[in-house]
Write a protein of this length. Structure first.
Length: 397
């Protein structure tokens, strides 16, 4: 371990200190669709934030809800109200992105048209306390977050491929969570929804029934199941009885026809159980839509508890191989995330998925020589130099 990571470009999504360059009339939080089209029809301008990269002799036209000037561009001599100077880091903004501006003002990019999955983090509260949680839960009431997302959904492009809903634990929001799903169904009827949840709330059939009434055509629940042994799962999520409630939730969801992905993050506490886990799923939960085996991301609690969580992939690779092939033989779809190709035997390559999150694909100096770099997911940018042993580039023969 220890080789430096070549960092991927991180995308900045919020600015808590936007500079106001003219009178700010926003008295409440507002959402705008970003446009660079100065010819936008008058009727919709109020809902648009005009993104100005370069000012010509003429001032931008009237009527837009907000004006965003990218730092470093020429500025006009006369400004419209609600004109803001934003950091050059937001240069990536493009037509159709959705932003939130508050009266403070601060800016948050809520939706980006040019990415395959937009994640809505609807709460930071959680009813588990996983020992390797990458985003440790907070206690503060943040119920405003989901209300804001519900308000902003009508502005999202209907061509969005996938929306991810994450937390914290999104189901803690109860009826607001159901309302969010209904809004997504109404405004984005062709967009897939992937919910990251611990699944415990689906133990309640009434709740599952409410969700089912939203009738979304492609709704998948990504649910962690960290072991086939109840006390190991309960230990990892730090909640006694969690295994039983999660299994009950999974059964309820499936009775209503929902898609389910099981997520197994490999760590010291559960790596010995990988094969038994696969057997358990093959025998008892064969209806599952997919199983994802995931490498540990050294951030959040996983960073502070790293030494007691991390297991070198070389110690579990044979087990992972057996587990993946067993599930595959049982016709259960399997994916492997966050594992470098040089760590995996070739028979596992077809199951390996290159991460889609832009902060996740980083490489070390060694990788420069590797002919498989473009096919390999590399490392988390958050890995902080914690690189598995045995990384070895593939070279041409
Ligand atoms: S497979 Fe190649 S690119 Fe991927 S981690 Fe190994 S050496 Fe780096």
């Amino acid at each position: 371990m220890g080789e430096a990571l070549e960092m991927a470009k991180m995308i900045r999504l919020t600015d808590n200190n936007v500079k106001v360059i003219s009178h700010n009339t926003l008295t409440e939080t507002k959402f705008f669709v970003v446009t660079e089209n100065i010819q936008s029809p008058n009727a919709i301008r109020e809902k648009n934030a005009l993104l100005v990269r370069n000012v010509t002799d003429e001032s931008p036209p009237d009527g837009f809800g907000a004006y965003l000037y990218i730092e470093g561009c020429n500025l006009p001599t006369v400004y419209h109200q609600n004109s803001y100077l934003i950091s050059g880091e937001f240069e990536y903004l493009s037509n159709g992105d959705v932003i939130r501006i508050t009266n403070k003002p601060n800016l948050k990019v809520v939706f980006r048209v040019n990415i395959s999955t937009n994640y809505l983090t609807v709460t930071e509260q959680c009813n588990s306390f996983c020992i390797m949680c990458s985003q440790p839960p907070k206690k503060e009431n943040d119920s405003h977050l989901i209300r804001e997302y519900i308000r902003s959904i009508p502005l999202f492009s209907a061509s969005a491929k996938e929306i991810g809903i994450s937390g914290g634990e999104p189901t803690l929001l109860g009826d607001d969570f159901v309302e969010l799903l209904s809004y997504l169904n109404s405004y984005l009827p062709r967009t897939s929804i992937h919910v990251l949840t611990n699944g415990k709330a689906f133990d309640n059939r009434v709740f599952v029934e409410k969700i089912s009434q939203t009738k979304h055509f492609d709704l998948m629940f990504g649910i962690p199941l960290y072991s086939s042994v109840p006390y190991i799962h309960d230990f990892i999520v730090q909640d006694k009885g969690a295994f039983n409630r999660t299994i009950s939730g999974i059964l309820n969801l499936k009775q209503y026809g929902h898609k389910i992905e099981l997520r197994f993050v490999i760590q010291q506490s559960n790596y010995e159980d990988i094969e038994l886990f696969s057997e358990f799923v093959s025998r008892n939960l064969q209806f599952i839509d997919q199983v994802a085996f995931m490498g540990l991301e050294a951030t959040g609690f996983a960073k502070s508890n790293f030494d007691s969580l991390w297991i070198e992939p070389e110690f579990y690779m044979d087990k992972l191989c057996n587990a993946v092939h067993q599930l595959s033989r049982s016709k259960v779809k399997v994916k492997i995330f966050n594992h470098q190709l040089c760590m995996l035997p070739k028979s596992l390559w077809p199951f390996s998925v290159k991460s889609i999150s832009d902060w996740k694909n980083c490489y070390i100096y060694t990788c420069e020589l590797c002919v498989e770099k473009s096919a390999c997911g590399g490392f988390f940018s958050t890995s902080d130099g914690k690189i598995p042993k045995g990384i070895k580039p593939f070279t041409k023969i």
